[in-house]
Design a binder for this molecule. Sequence first.
Ligand code: FES
Length: 121
Amino acid sequence: MADLFVAKVGDIADRDRRVVADGDLEIGVFRLGDDFFAWENNCPHMGGPVCQGKVMNRVNEVLDDGKKSHGFEFVEADVHIICPWHGFEFNIRTGVHPGESSTQLTKYEVVVRDGDIYVRT
Ligand code: FES
């Protein structure tokens, strides 16, 4: 195992990311508040560069008891990355697709040491 330098903590803003490479392996490191999450930049759908997609909150449709729609709302607690190839979404904290829990990103460990962020490969 090796620790691959990603960035200084202060260089990644909240809800931003850095994608780093170690040979053919690409890993996206995301910041949500003071937490960091690392996922292989390889979408489980068809291998797209999932970590380079848009970051946005989960969208829920608001339904009443009769299942009539009252529009959509953002879910503040769930931040997703959206694969740029075909739109599969993954929760940045868990790496899990919201509609199919068996579809998941490959996780890597993040190490923060002396103000520097590393990903363990
Ligand atoms: S490759 Fe990511 S959604 Fe298809």
